[in-house]
Design a binder for this molecule. Structure first.
Ligand code: SF4
Ligand code: SF4
Length: 392
């Protein structure tokens, strides 16, 4: 893998874009690339891999995956710049690759743009810094990261850094969930993957974003934003601010800071349309998030000791469940099973490690996340603390 020798900077560009109409979309993406300081002249003759979010076999209308028109547009821009372009991702291991390529519309986008599909699983994995990374992601001269702007039950948001977790092939992603005892440990893995893959450029599809209980069962928000930058962490911090989330609460940013990959800069060099003109009136975060909890020593103390009691718990609604059984395959600790054939699966709460993989992959939104009583209490304490601080 080559690395980008252009300026890795704290510059982040925001461009307003209301829809996926090809001509205006192309203009806006080009503007975002230029404003964030990425030099397209560098990619002439180079192998460029586009890494969209292809979580699973979801149609574009569900807003779970990067919109195919977005992928086609970026592909066209890099082809025009003289690059040899491909696109690919590794979906969640329970989904068939073929169905994912088809249903997301990204196969059609590749055909339309005349670029090839990068088959992550078929390329195999390469050991890097203790992690197995898809060879396809390491073989490219430049990786262009194309995340969807979404919330995430486990990591609050899935933006630039988290999108690169797809560079771990198939069920290896699930296995890593089992190995991580808590969110900071998982965030460390995400930051390490981002540090290894090191995309040259990230362009986030926030035209239709997902709020609430993402990454697949949230509510769609017409955010109307394209965000671009060469530093995934600066971009994540800026996107947090756009939706009113303190970047210091994002575990993946804290992990990047621990690893020396992010300096925690308060100042980010913003370019393009002013944030105030793009800020959504309302953008709800997952129920698993409680403002102010992550940097409070009391909650850290509790999390370290009674982790499972401090989390939200997934619940299967048997009336919505369609018995596809994908959640059983997705669970890294075999905490889900069927009592009898044709019954909705049930979750063994004692065995559950609250990784929310089942919630993430359920295609019918039959799995809800509910806060534990202890988490609700801690949230109440945290809000009281914030109010007391603000009146001092
Ligand atoms: S809860 Fe969702 S993933 Fe699990 S069997 Fe039911 S529909 Fe399928
Ligand atoms: S039941 Fe769901 S949240 Fe619990 S460990 Fe299994 S996949 Fe993760």
């Amino acid at each position: 893998m080559g690395t980008y020798d252009g300026a890795m900077s704290h510059r982040v560009a925001f461009v307003g874009q209301k829809n996926y109409e090809p001509l205006s979309l192309n203009r806006s993406i080009r503007r975002a690339i230029e404003l964030c300081g990425f030099d397209l002249n560098r990619v002439r003759g180079a192998k460029v891999l586009l890494k969209p979010n292809m979580l699973g076999a979801y149609p574009p209308s569900m807003g779970v995956t990067t919109h195919p028109a977005f992928v086609a547009s970026v592909a066209g821009i890099f082809k025009d710049a003289g690059a040899v372009v491909s696109a690919g991702d590794s979906p969640n291991g329970v989904y068939s690759n073929e169905q994912t390529w088809e249903r997301t519309g990204i196969r059609a986008a590749c055909l339309e743009a005349g670029i090839s599909e990068a088959a992550f699983e078929a390329s195999g994995s390469v050991a890097r810094d203790g992690l197995m990374i898809a060879r396809a992601a390491l073989d490219a001269d430049y990786v262009v990261n194309l995340p969807k702007f979404k919330t995430h039950g486990l990591t609050i948001m899935t933006l630039a850094a988290k999108n690169l977790y797809g560079c771990i092939n198939g069920m290896q992603k699930t296995a890593l969930h089992r190995e991580c005892k808590n969110i900071p440990e998982f965030a460390d893995v995400v930051a390490r993957v981002a540090g290894i893959v090191k995309p040259a450029l990230t362009i986030i599809d926030g035209i239709v974003a997902m709020a609430g209980n993402g990454p697949s069962a949230g509510t769609l928000v017409e955010l109307g934003v394209i965000a671009a930058g060469t530093d995934v962490h600066a971009l994540d911090a800026a996107c947090c601010r756009l939706v009113g989330l303190d970047p210091r609460e994002l575990d993946t940013l804290a992990a990047a800071q621990r690893q020396g990959l992010w300096d925690g800069a308060e100042e980010i060099d913003l370019a393009g349309d002013p944030l105030d003109t793009l800020r959504p009136k309302k953008f709800s975060l997952p129920v698993t998030y409680t403002r102010g909890m992550r940097d409070w020593w009391v909650s850290k103390f509790i999390v370290a000791r009674i982790w499972s009691g401090m989390r939200a718990q997934p619940r299967i609604d048997p009336d919505i469940c369609r018995r596809c059984l994908l959640c059983i395959d997705a669970c890294p600790v075999a905490a889900i099973d069927q009592a009898k054939t044709d019954a909705a699966p049930m979750i063994d709460e004692d065995a559950c490690i609250q990784c929310f993989c089942c919630h993430e992959i359920c295609p019918y939104r039959a799995i809800d996340l509910r806060k534990s009583a202890l988490l609700r209490f801690a949230g109440w304490m945290s809000r009281r603390r914030s109010r007391a601080r603000s009146t001092r």
